[in-house]
Structures are given as C-alpha cells and as structure tokens.
Design a binder for this molecule. Structure first.
Ligand SMILES: Cc1cc2nc3c(=O)[nH]c(=O)nc-3n(C[C@H](O)[C@H](O)[C@H](O)COP(=O)(O)OP(=O)(O)OC[C@H]3O[C@@H](n4cnc5c(N)ncnc54)[C@H](O)[C@@H]3O)c2cc1C
Length: 223
C-alpha cells in the first residue's frame, strides 16, 4: 500500500478503524435542551447532565464503550431510578447506586476479539506513569506457565502486571494469547479490590491452568 506521503507499507491484512459516534441526531434531544448528535454526558448515577429525569447507559454516554460496561450501567441506572421513584437515596441502592470506574479506567476490564486474544485490566504502565505513580511493570512469557502448554501446543502469549510500588497493589494487568479472556476477571478482582501483593500470594492458582500466570508474575515481581 502507498500512503499519501509516498511511503510504502506492506502487510497481510488491512484494518479500517473508523471510530464510533453517537446516533442521537434524530431522537429529539433538542426538545430537552440537549444537542442532537452529541454524546450524552452523565453523572455517576447515569443521569444525563442538565436533566433531572433522563438517564443514558451504554456507548451513548461515551464512558466505557464495551458490552459488559453497558450492562453494568443498566443495572446501576435501574436501581437508581427505582430508588429515586421510591423517594429514597440513590446511594442506598445495591452496590451503592453509583457507577464506578468509568472516569477511572483502571477499574475497567477490556477484552478484544482478535487473534491472538488480547485483553487487560487498566492501568497500563504508560497511564500509571502519566498519573504520576511510582510503578513497576513485570513481564512474563506465558510459555513458562505449565497450563499454557496444555492449553495449546506451541502456546505463545505474554502477560504484564503493573504494580503500585508505594501501596504494593496491582494497578493493572494485560494478557495476550489464546484463552486469556478467562483471566480477565481475576485481574478485575485484583485491581478493583486493590488486593495487596502480599495477600495475592495466598490466592493459589490450580495446577495446571493458565491462571498460574499469577504465580509466575508474583515470582517475577519478587525477583
Ligand atoms: C467491531 C466491534 C467489536 C466489538 N467487540 C467488543 C467485544 O469484544 N467486547 C465488548 O465488550 N464490546 C465490544 N464492542 C463494543 C460493543 O459492541 C458496544 O459497547 C455495545 O454494543 C454497546 O451497547 P449499547 O446497547 O450501548 O449500544 P448498541 O449495541 O449499539 O445498541 C444500540 C441499539 O439502538 C438501536 N438504535 C439506534 N438508534 C435508534 C433509534 N433512533 N430508534 C430505535 N433504535 C435505535 C441500534 O440499531 C442498536 O440496536 C465492539 C464494537 C464493535 C463495533
């Protein structure tokens, strides 16, 4: 392929990444003082800014454009709306009635449909460093995990854990390789729960599974 500037790029496949935009042009936003075609800015109870009755969940609020996050937001919004309808305090709804983690990407799991499969639990190293944290990234070739060999012959994969050195908790984890989608929730629990590294040592992964990656990452961290 020849780019505008004359550069040649060679590849096996071409990915068109066109981005996403809200389909809100023709749903009457202007009738409630909002701008047609815009994302719907919401607070942590999923209520649209500038409205006391309109809620927006899913991609349209531009907080976390993933299926599982949209479903999570729907559960929060449902509880909040019911709580407010009863005249109660929205914060007393299940889970606190507030969507957590949308402004704080470290609490958000992300998986991508790709081969090899890749996914992670934020923060990435770069994001953590930009946020001014004292962090260390621990990298691991997943071939060193016994369960990986059983999962697929010639398994190739990589894991990275980002640790907050001041608090000794896991800030993020990222995995690439076959089957890693099943690792994401363990990363979610570790990050959302702010589980101390010292305690993670006692969460013993079964042998032989891909989850043993956690043990290898802890060993690599300890050096
Ligand atoms: C290529 C691709 C791959 C993805 N892969 C993943 C993945 O692996 N994991 C993941 O978690 N997320 C993934 N996503 C993101 C995921 O699809 C979205 O985050 C999710 O679908 C958002 O759900 P939603 O209900 O907010 O919106 P949508 O699923 O877009 O649903 C909105 C619905 O509203 C309808 N609609 C729009 N306007 C109107 C109207 N005026 N009247 C009536 N109906 C209307 C639309 O037709 C649509 O059915 C992917 C997205 C893309 C594009």
């Amino acid at each position: 392929m020849v780019l505008e500037g004359g550069d040649h790029v060679e590849g096996d496949e071409v990915l068109f990444a066109t981005g996403r935009k809200p389909r809100t042009e023709d749903i009457g936003l202007e009738t409630v003082g909002l701008t047609p075609g815009s994302w719907l800015d919401v607070d942590d109870t999923l209520r649209v800014a500038g409205s006391d009755w309109l809620y927006a969940v899913g991609d349209v609020n531009h907080r976390a454009l993933m299926t599982h996050q949209g479903k999570y937001q729907a559960r929060i919004a449902g509880a909040v709306i019911a709580g407010r309808a009863r005249g109660g305090d929205a914060s007393r709804t299940p889970g606190g009635g507030r969507a957590r983690g949308h402004r704080r990407p470290r609490r958000r799991p992300a998986g991508r449909v790709q081969r090899p499969r890749g996914g992670g639990r934020r923060l990435s190293l770069a994001e953590a460093e930009r946020a001014g944290r004292r962090v260390r990234a621990v990298d691991l070739d997943m071939r060193s995990v016994a369960g990986a060999g059983l999962y697929a012959q010639g398994y190739r994969g990589h894991a990275r854990m980002v640790v907050d050195l001041d608090r000794e908790v896991v800030l993020g984890a990222a995995f690439v390789g076959p089957g890693i989608g099943e690792l994401l929730h363990s990363a979610t629990v570790a990050v959302a729960g702010e589980v101390p590294i010292a305690r993670l040592w006692h969460a013993v992964p079964a042998y032989p599974t891909l989850s043993e990656v956690w043990l290898r990452l802890l060993e690599a961290y300890r050096g």
